[in-house]
Design a protein around this ligand. Structure first.
Ligand SMILES: *Cc1c(COP(=O)(O)O)cnc(C)c1O
Length: 387
């Protein structure tokens, strides 16, 4: 008997029962009044999570779909694009822009680190003729467990007119993000990370300034065309058939997020990060990302001795039904990733730390049973006295 899986991936993430039940409803007419009210409600709710009063469209799509949607709507072939990459997803955004005809200059930073705003400032200041049309960046780099200071990067751009487009698929709802306040033009997200609903919805928020660019855009598009999307949204509809069941789920998830409060959600994720890092350090484990850039959505843990992460993951799954993510590309087997975003509780993390101690001991690593759990328990106790 192993019971329900402990799903600790950086997406898909666990689904609350309330959300599962909300989705278990009959279909309705997506061109009728009931859907209109629901769409208007969830559009407002997701805007609230973004911190924007500007435009938002919801698509049936994975996260990558809306990355592509942002490229075809806001980047024209031949546009100069500055792509800032700190990992797999930063690279992906750059590749999509390239595939749709942009002249991409990609600046890569060491994996585990964040974009250096000073370097951005240097590049931007050299662009006297304002040739750079768009800057691409990842909010939370899921492949490395590091995050970027989007506010600082925007400040480093001063009054340069380039659009700032941010992949916040795994960051939104887990890390602080303030689209309007920070001056972000386009921000992409998805359902299966911090939103606590299954994969299948993509969110695209964009400023009116981005919309002006869109009107002059020459890239090919049809399904993703934001003009069509906005025209339908005015009637309380989507241009094409929406993922109605997922929108039922989104509606309930937004209620849960409002009950908890966005600031509390962001704090909770920060506490998870600190608790996990402190506990695993007691076991002698190290991380790909330094403390300074460590994401609150997930922790990328280096395998002791440089390899064997997949063995640990395999045993965690076989023995305890705990699903952890592996490393991507050349980080395969070098590290494993613990997702702690969305519907994850302290208790889940305590359980994972306890299980990891057993598996590591069984695998021949020197760990003191209870050392990590003890640290985590103390962390939780200290939190409760602080409140
Ligand atoms: C999950 C994720 C995506 C999108 O992945 P899909 O598999 O297409 O949903 C994009 N960017 C980041 C940073 C992500 O974490």
């Amino acid at each position: 008997m192993i019971g329900q899986q402990y799903l600790l991936l950086p997406g898909p993430t666990p689904i609350p029962d309330r959300v599962l039940q909300a989705m278990n409803r009959p279909m309705i007419n997506h061109r009728g009044p009931e859907f209109r009210d629901m769409l208007n409600g969830v559009t407002g709710g997701v805007k609230g999570i973004y911190g924007t009063k500007e435009n938002l469209l919801i698509y049936p799509s994975s996260g990558t779909g809306v990355l592509e949607a942002s490229v075809v709507n806001f980047i024209s072939p031949g546009d100069r694009v500055l792509a800032l990459s700190i990992g797999v997803f930063g690279d992906r955004f750059a590749t999509i822009a390239q595939n749709f005809g942009a002249e991409v200059e990609k600046i890569s930073f060491k994996w585990g680190e964040a974009v250096d705003p000073n370097l951005v400032q240097e590049i931007i200041q050299k662009d006297k003729n304002k040739q750079i049309k768009v800057v691409l960046i990842t909010h939370n780099e899921t492949s490395t467990g590091a995050y970027n200071d989007i506010k600082a990067v925007k400040q480093a751009m001063y009054d340069h007119p380039a659009l700032l487009m941010v992949d916040c698929v795994s960051g939104l709802g887990a890390l602080e993000f303030k689209m309007d306040e920070w001056g972000v033009d386009v921000a992409l997200s998805g359902s299966q990370k911090a939103f606590m609903i299954p994969p299948g919805l993509g969110f695209m928020a964009f400023s009116d300034r981005a919309l002006d660019t869109h009107k002059k855009n020459t890239n090919h598009r049809y399904y993703w065309d934001v003009t069509a999307g906005l025209n339908y949204l005015e009637k309380g509809q989507t241009a094409f058939t929406p993922a109605i069941s997922l929108i039922y789920g989104l509606q309930e998830a937004l209620v849960m997020m409002a009950e908890e409060g966005l600031d509390n959600i962001i704090n909770r994720h920060r506490n998870y990060r600190d608790m996990v890092r402190q506990a695993l350090r007691e076991l002698g484990l190290e991380f790909l990302a330094s403390d300074r850039h460590a994401s609150t959505a997930l922790t990328a843990v280096l395998a002791p001795g440089g390899s064997g992460a997949n063995l640990i993951r395999g045993k965690m799954l076989d023995r305890f039904n705990i699903a952890l993510a592996g490393g991507q590309l050349n980080l395969d087997d070098v590290m494993f990733r613990i997702g702690h975003l969305g519907y994850v509780r302290e208790l889940d993390l305590l359980a994972v730390i306890a299980a990891l101690e057993i598996i590591m001991l069984e695998s021949g690593f020197k760990v003191e049973l209870g050392a990590g759990v003890n640290k985590a328990q103390k962390y939780i106790l200290a939190l409760n006295t602080k409140d």
